[in-house]
Design a protein around this ligand. Structure first.
Ligand code: HPA
Length: 283
């Protein structure tokens, strides 16, 4: 990432923020990124505007099935939310600075807390497909960091602290909400693998030894960029399948989408309540 490339990313962030600011009807306080199969969430937002990624100047545009690529800014339970239905993944070929442009746009628009969701493979043998996992911490095994290149000082410092990246105070609230709603919630470490191939069984054994409970192809760059910018981060994973080599069966995107569809009610119930109570997270 040269100085010029990073300046171009910075311009894209500001251009996209300006475009959305001129169209949104509410100023978002909460950011929501919806992962595979979890995208059709924002139907009952009020005062909302919905804009395709491809129509937002400077926004990265996704290509994978199950990620429709729309930004919805509106109120949900009275809370102003900027929701991303879909995201661009690192394996699509862009830089991590590019794919995290939407997170920095959220920051410029006023977002204080981001909820990052994803579908992922279970590594912890106590997990089963359909489980929800609150992300406690991550292992960045993508081989890259979204903050490489010139630091954008406007957002945060060159060497940001990551010791509380998935904000402890928010995790406590989310666990309390899950318990109240009677929604079982695992809590674990998410490892990011670049993809797009799924991992090999040997890689999954390695990740288990390294302390990972789940593995997926997103979220980590977004969490780093959000934390760099001083936002609170909540990560929620849907374990859509057991990771490679655990069961005697091949992995498929179809299985990922199928499990995501099955857990949608449970997932939506949890995220709804987190959004409803989120104003208290920043007090
Ligand atoms: N590995 C990586 N990413 C994933 C998986 C997996 O097993 N399942 C859903 N996303």
């Amino acid at each position: 990432m040269t100085m010029e490339e990073m300046d171009r990313i910075d311009e894209r962030i500001h251009g996209a923020a300006k475009y959305l600011e001129e169209r949104m009807q509410v100023k978002p306080q909460l950011g929501l990124v919806l992962g595979s199969g979890l995208g059709d969430f924002c139907e009952n937002f009020t005062e909302s505007v919905s804009i395709a990624f491809k129509d937002i100047p400077g926004f990265p545009v996704p290509s994978v099935e199950g990620h429709s690529g729309t930004v919805v800014i509106g109120k949900h339970y009275g809370v102003p939310v900027m929701a991303m239905r879909g995201r661009v993944h690192y394996y699509e070929g862009g830089s991590q600075a590019e794919i995290t442009i939407p997170i920095r746009v959220m920051k410029l628009l006023g977002v204080k807390t981001v909820i990052l969701t994803n579908a992922c493979g279970g590594i912890n043998l106590d997990y089963k497909p359909g489980d929800l996992m609150l992300i406690k911490d991550h292992i960045n095994y993508s081989g890259m960091n979204p903050l490489m290149g010139k630091n954008l000082d406007e957002f945060g410092p060159r060497f940001p602290d990551m010791s509380d990246i998935y904000t402890r105070a928010c995790r406590a609230k989310v666990k309390e909400i899950a318990q109240r709603l009677n929604i079982p919630l695992q809590e674990g470490v998410y490892a990011m693998y670049s993809g797009p191939s799924f991992e090999t069984p040997a890689e999954i054994r390695m990740f288990r030894i390294l302390g990972a409970d789940a593995v997926g192809m997103s979220t980590v760059p977004e969490a780093i960029v959000a934390r760099h910018a001083g936002m609170q981060v909540i990560g929620i994973s849907c374990i859509t399948n057991m990771a490679a080599g655990i069961l005697d069966q091949p992995l498929s995107h179809a299985e990922v989408m199928e499990t995501a569809a099955k857990v949608k009610d449970k997932f939506t119930g949890l995220v709804d309540e987190i959004i409803r109570e989120s104003p208290s997270f920043t007090e």
